[in-house]
Design a protein around this ligand. Structure first.
Ligand SMILES: [Zn+2]
Length: 203
C-alpha cells in the first residue's frame, strides 16, 4: 500500500511553495509587466557533469561556485543562472526563485514562435544527465510541483510542459533521452484535475 504524498501548495501572495526548502538566488528579476507563467521547462543538470551531490548546484545558483574546485567550475563560475526549483536525486525540493519572478534558466529560446522563454516560463532542474535514468523520487516530486503550479496559475496546464531541448534545439540537449516523458506525463495527469469542459457555444 502506498501513501499519497502530501500535496504541495504555492502561496499566491509571494509565489513560493509552502513548507519547502528555500535558498533565494540573486539571479532573477521581475517578469515583464503582464507576463504570467505559461510554460514549464524541465532541465537536467549535474555538477561537475556526470557527478551527483556535493551541493554544487546550490552554489552555482547563489554565485558561490568555487572556480578552483574543479576544472569545469572554472569555465562556468562566472555564469549568472538559476531555476525556480531544483530536484536532486533524492527527490527533495528546493526553491530558488519565486514563481512570480523571472529565473534565468532558458537562455536563448523559442516556444510556439515566442522568444525569451524566461519571461513566461517556470524552470525546474532535475539533478541528472541526458543518459542516466532519473530517479522515481524525482518524477514524483516533479509531478507534485507541477500539480501545485497548475493549481496556482490558471495560465499553466499539464500540457504546457517541455524540455529545455525543445525550446533551445541544437543548443541544449537536457533533460535528455533518459528523461521518461510518458512516465512524467502519467504521474502529472494523476495529480492534476482534468481540464474543465469547454463552455457551450452561444451560437
Ligand atoms: Zn537546461
Amino acid at each position: 500500500m502506498t501513501t499519497r504524498p502530501t500535496a504541495l501548495r504555492i502561496d499566491p501572495a509571494d509565489g513560493w511553495l509552502v513548507g519547502v526548502s528555500r535558498v533565494p538566488s540573486p539571479n532573477c528579476d521581475p517578469r515583464p509587466a503582464g507576463a504570467a507563467p505559461e510554460l514549464i521547462v524541465v532541465h537536467g543538470i549535474s555538477l561537475p557533469p556526470g557527478r551527483f551531490g556535493g551541493g554544487w548546484i546550490e552554489r552555482l545558483f547563489t554565485n558561490a561556485l568555487p572556480p578552483d574546485a574543479h576544472p569545469y567550475f572554472a569555465e562556468i563560475a562566472g555564469l549568472r543562472v538559476s531555476a525556480h526549483v531544483c530536484i536532486p536525486r533524492d527527490g527533495s525540493v528546493t526553491q530558488y526563485v519565486s514563481f512570480a519572478d523571472r529565473a534565468w534558466h532558458a537562455g536563448k529560446s523559442v516556444w510556439c514562435g515566442r522568444e525569451a522563454c524566461n519571461d513566461f516560463s517556470v524552470g525546474i532542474e532535475l539533478e541528472g544527465t541526458d543518459e542516466l535514468p532519473y530517479e522515481p523520487a524525482q518524477y514524483a516530486a516533479l509531478a507534485g510541483v507541477v500539480a501545485a503550479l497548475c493549481a496556482a496559475y490558471p495560465s499553466l496546464s499539464p500540457q504546457r510542459i517541455v524540455g529545455h531541448s525543445d525550446i533551445a534545439p541544437g543548443r541544449k540537449t537536457d533533460p535528455g533521452p533518459a528523461f521518461d516523458w510518458p512516465l512524467a506525463r502519467r504521474l502529472i495527469a494523476a495529480r492534476c484535475p482534468p481540464e474543465p469542459p469547454l463552455a457551450p457555444s452561444l451560437t
